[in-house]
Design a protein around this ligand. Structure first.
Ligand code: GLN
Ligand code: ZN
Length: 751
């Protein structure tokens, strides 16, 4: 078979640099320690090195990915659609003001998670009058550099499409009008790109993978008609399969190539239906099919199915069909290079592929299917979903494990009782330089484990003393021993692995290093009991809260396995946490908080798949806590203020107390919970932990009084901050909590 009609194409790559050069360059620039020129030079060098790596690996079509901060923000500037408040600034100043705010009072654009990934983009703000004033010069400059780096025949500019840009924006405007208004701005750049002789242009439209994407049909047909004809277009729809009602019109859009996701969400039991859609509806023979079969969102290596899927497609669509082997989503969601890891066990390492290794996989797949004999495939496209089947563990768990021994109404009177508006915090206290120094010294071996533990104990002692003095009702130990709420548990559980350099972008200059789940998860021994006992022994106050991270958050902030479902992994974690809950209670703990802030963000994009996800995530939470006696109060904490659509699942957690982020909203969630009929205890945050400002007594008392107006049962309301205080300083925390306790006292006296 000829190789002419099979290509390899990337659709995005990590923008960080092998040594996190971009992060360092940004931070130095923001700190005033380097110039614009120095920052731009690093950005160019990191971009060009990434493009060159892709070309050198044998990729035929290299997406010219790159950004100083975020591509949505880049598009705001290319399209001339930054909000008016940034217009007194220019160039990079305006750009970073939009990303991070500008003193004294220019607020940044809001951030939001991109699709169901852990990457946050900056949300454009549009109004009915927003009119593009395009300036594509910086974009075209990057394209020219791309051409110089990898050769004009391989350099593919990438754009976020007009539908996605509009749908992901916020504001009061007519969507269809705005999409069509963007058309001419895109035409301008396509004309320029045609002059530069690019082989094609990638236009990314992830929102076409949403369940509701069918409503964009008319908009898409009109705008893509207006863009057709200048230069070949490769329409990329990453992040999930497209809905069955979208596929038939999507493939008819006037573009030359369509890239689809053949992988879906790692470990999701529903799999991905792209193969089935193609088997059912076919694919136009005059377009290239972009086969996103190398998983752009999981660091696990391809297990041999990629070749089979591509071979099956070739047979199904005919050998003349043009195909490109690509990733299911931008590789920005996986770490850069597995070769940087020197400490991973070989057995694990051999099963992984980071961005750079995925390039090799793509080339290998192309070679296998175009090789002399062609590749064989036993895949039946009409049924193929690629999803793992449910294992045995979940089925073997007795049903009673998934529920508390008594309902909430019976439990509550047996649990700790307080005066009105009891006060508490969400768990963490400042991670001070002293704590960080101790951790570093311990890691380097300059202090012993005994010494390290003593220093942590001293921190716990300080936080307990402080809380007693402040007069809080329920104390916490402060989480000094934890760097991160997932890593800490991952390190103590069987089944997790940690990397040295596997950073992925969370937003801008922020990178996270998620742990890998590499085997069955189980508990080695108690994980938090020692710190609880220590803290409780330091106070005569009755209640120190136990502090755990819930199963779904552990999964969503890790790289899960792909060979078994996420639900099965969640149940394994649930069983491990269950042992911890039992041990904490045995140690005398009467209030246990299980944080599950990431439940909302893992919600599948497809509405018909959400119910299953919510069912297992709530079940895994109950599995963790069901072992607690009725007299033990289970608290949970969610960070995101908007969980209206998952209210039933929050109720299904069957926690005794729910604490939420609330201070910056107008009590929307409190009202929504009340309207829903949520009847358990509630701790709506009364102050913003992201701000260094000390909230006044009056502001927090007003919040407490407003709950009466919002219609909730005051006897069940707690006063607490929005979230943990680990990023704050004690100088801020002490007066803030002092005021919070005073506010509680004030409203109590008014009652
Ligand atoms: N207990 C955690 C803390 O206080 C909760 C963090 C979170 O919700 N993200 O830090
Ligand atoms: Zn939180």
């Amino acid at each position: 078979m000829s190789a002419d009609n099979v290509k390899t194409s990337t659709i995005g790559y990590p923008r960080i640099g092998p040594k996190r050069e971009m992060k360092k360059a940004l931070e130095e620039y923001w700190a005033g320690k380097s110039s614009k020129e120095a920052l731009t030079a690093v950005a160019k060098q990191v971009e060009e090195a990434a493009w060159k790596t892709q070309a050198d690996s044998g990729i035929n079509l290299v997406a010219l990915d790159g950004t100083c901060y975020d591509q949505m923000l880049d598009h705001c500037t290319y399209l001339g659609l930054l909000p008016a408040r940034f217009q007194e600034l220019s160039g990079l100043d305006a750009y970073f003001a939009a990303a991070r705010g500008h003193p004294p009072n220019i607020t940044a654009l809001d951030m939001s998670k991109l699709m169901d990934s852990n990457y946050h983009y900056l949300v454009p703000e549009l109004t009915a009058n927003s009119t593009p004033k395009p300036n594509w010069a910086p974009f075209l400059e990057a394209v020219r550099r791309g051409q110089a780096t990898v050769g004009a025949e391989k350099a593919v500019p990438m754009l976020i499409g007009p539908i996605t840009f509009t749908v992901l924006s916020r504001g009061d405007f007519d969507r269809s009008v705005m999409i069509q208004r963007l058309g001419p701005a895109y035409q301008t750049v396509l004309n320029e790109l045609a002059k530069l002789g690019v082989p094609e242009v990638q236009i990314h439209e992830p929102v076409l993978a949403l369940s509701a994407a069918n409503q964009y049909q008319a908009d898409a047909e009109t705008v893509y008609q207006s863009l057709a004809g200048t230069v070949p277009l490769h329409l990329v729809v990453p992040y999930d399969d497209v809905a069955a009602d979208v596929y038939p019109w999507l493939v008819k859009l006037p573009v030359q190539a369509i890239g689809l996701d053949f992988c879906g969400v790692p470990g999701a039991p529903h799999g991905n239906s792209t193969c089935q859609l193609i088997a059912k509806y076919g694919f136009p023979s005059d377009k290239r099919l972009g086969v996103g079969i190398i998983d752009g969102r999981s660091p696990w290596a391809d297990n041999g199915t990629a070749v089979k899927v591509v071979a099956a497609l070739r047979k199904h669509l005919g050998p003349g069909q043009a195909l490109s082997v690509q990733t299911s989503a931008s590789l920005q969601h996986v770490p850069l290079d597995l070769n940087l890891e020197t400490e991973l066990p070989t057995a694990v390492k051999s099963r992984l592929a980071f961005a750079q290794q995925k390039l090799e996989e793509m080339v290998a797949v192309k070679e296998a299917v175009t090789g002399h004999a062609g590749a064989a495939s036993d895949i039946d496209l009409s049924t193929y979903t690629g999803a793992p089947t449910m294992g045995l563990t979940a089925k073997a768990i007795p049903t009673e494990f998934f529920q508390r021994p008594a309902p909430f109404a019976v439990r509550r009177p047996q649990q700790p009782q307080f005066h009105a508006f009891p006060t508490t915090t969400i768990g963490s206290f400042p991670q001070t330089p002293t704590i960080r120094r101790a951790r570093l010294q311990y890691k380097k071996g300059t202090i012993s484990e005994v010494e390290y533990r003593e220093r942590i104990a001293a921190e716990i002692g300080y936080s307990i003393g402080a809380q007693e003095a402040l007069g809080l009702d329920v104390l916490v130990h402060g989480e000094a021993e934890r760097t991160d709420m997932v890593e800490y548990f991952g390190m103590k559980l069987n089944g997790f692995c940690f990397t040295q350099h596997a950073w992925v972008q969370s937003y801008g200059s922020r990178y996270v290093r998620p742990p890998l789940i590499v085997g069955d998860v189980s508990r080695q021994g108690p994980m938090t009991v020692h710190e609880f006992e220590l803290a409780q022994s330091m106070t005569s106050r009755a209640f120190v809260k136990g502090m755990l991270t819930g199963p779904t958050t552990i999964i969503n902030w890790s790289f899960p396995r792909k060979d078994i479902t996420r639900s099965e992994q969640a149940f394994q974690i649930g069983l491990a946490l269950r042992e911890e809950v039992a041990d904490l209670e045995k140690a005398g703990c009467r209030i246990i908080q299980v944080d599950d802030p990431a439940i909302r963000e893992g919600l599948p994009l497809k509405t018909d798949r959400q119910a299953l996800y919510l069912e297992w995530s709530a079940a895994a939470f109950r599995l963790s806590c069901g072992v607690a006696t009725p007299a033990c109060q289970i608290v949970t904490h969610l960070c995101y203020s908007n969980f209206e659509e998952i209210m039933a699942a929050i109720d299904a957690l069957d926690a005794d107390v729910l604490t939420i982020e609330n201070s910056r909203s107008d009590d929307e969630m409190v009202r929504a919970l009340s309207a829903y009929g949520y009847s358990r205890d509630l701790g709506p945050g009364v102050y913003d932990v992201h701000s260094p400002l000390v909230p006044s007594v009056e502001s927090m008392a007003a919040k407490a009084r407003a709950y009466v107006a919002a219609g909730i049962d005051i006897s069940k309301v707690w006063l607490n901050p929005d979230c943990g205080l680990k990023t704050r300083r004690w100088e801020e925390v002490l007066p803030s909590l002092r005021n919070m306790v005073a506010a509680a006292k004030l409203v109590r006296e008014e009652m």
